[in-house]
Design a protein around this ligand. Structure first.
Ligand code: ADP
Length: 235
């Protein structure tokens, strides 16, 4: 379960610019087993929302709860450990390690997070490789993968720890139209089976019916001046 309450976040105006960026989220809750698509125009704060939910960046005020844990009560390293153990993140640029092969990338959260890499975890990795249609690539170097194959690898890695929450930034962005729905449904089904909450940014509006709910962040878009005052009403 993920719950954001009364969240306020500001990026200051860059040097020489007038406007900064403010994201305000009064309440957003994603329950276990539920999936939410986040849509909105470029620059409205979709990636910022995912980074706040993962505790990668910290809000000015308000609260991010993951299950029963309030992220603001944790220090940097505790937040990192919680992220590795409980959150699966599919980054827009994948963040795969090129000197490792596909399976090693998928098992990376275990190496980094001190989680137990037992036979059950290896088994889960094998099943995800099958499910995402890349079992034949398990020993292949990342450098020899297509964009779509990298994306599938990143999705497997996000799911392998059986996280309570999956955050995905454009998880179908690099796939051809025929594969978009297949891959998205594989991600959503795998998450649902384990009662994980899913929050996914997407531009693929023809796939929105695969989600339980859609949140349009464009509705809440705000601009601020250099001292954080709102200069533009929500559009
Ligand atoms: P989206 O994902 O909806 O395209 P982002 O969350 O990436 O939007 O960005 C929201 C706004 O915040 C944009 O105006 C962007 O320029 C600004 N922004 C993003 N990252 C930073 C940063 N690290 N520092 C300052 N401003 C940023």
């Amino acid at each position: 379960m993920l719950r954001l309450t009364d969240l306020q976040f500001d990026y200051p105006a860059p040097t020489g610019a007038v406007d900064g960026f403010r994201l305000a989220v009064p309440l957003l809750e994603v329950r276990g087993g539920e999936s939410i698509a986040v849509i909105g125009p470029s620059g409205c704060g979709k990636t910022t929302l995912l980074r706040l939910a993962a505790g990668i960046i910290t809000p000015r005020s308000g609260r991010v709860m993951i299950d029963e844990t309030d992220l603001s009560t944790l220090g940097e390293s505790a937040r990192r450990n919680l992220r590795l153990a409980r959150i699966g993140f599919v980054f827009q640029d994948f963040r795969l390690l090129e000197h490792l092969d596909v399976e090693e990338n998928i098992l990376l959260p275990f190496r980094l997070g001190g989680l137990r890499l037992d036979p059950a975890a290896r088994d889960r990795a094998s099943r995800l490789l099958e499910r995402l249609g890349i079992a034949h690539l398990r020993r292949r170097s990342i450098t020899r993968l297509s964009h779509g194959e990298r994306q599938r690898t990143a999705i497997c890695r996000a799911l392998v720890t059986e996280p309570s929450m999956v955050l995905a930034d454009e998880p179908t962005g690099n796939l051809d139209p025929a594969n978009k729905r297949v891959i998205l449904e594989a991600l959503l089904d795998a998450a649902r089976e384990k009662n994980a909450a899913v929050l996914a940014v997407t531009h693929d509006h023809d796939l929105l019916d695969a989600f339980d709910r859609v949140v349009d962040l464009g509705e809440g878009l705000q601009r601020t001046d250099g001292v954080g005052r709102v200069t533009e009403a929500p559009s």
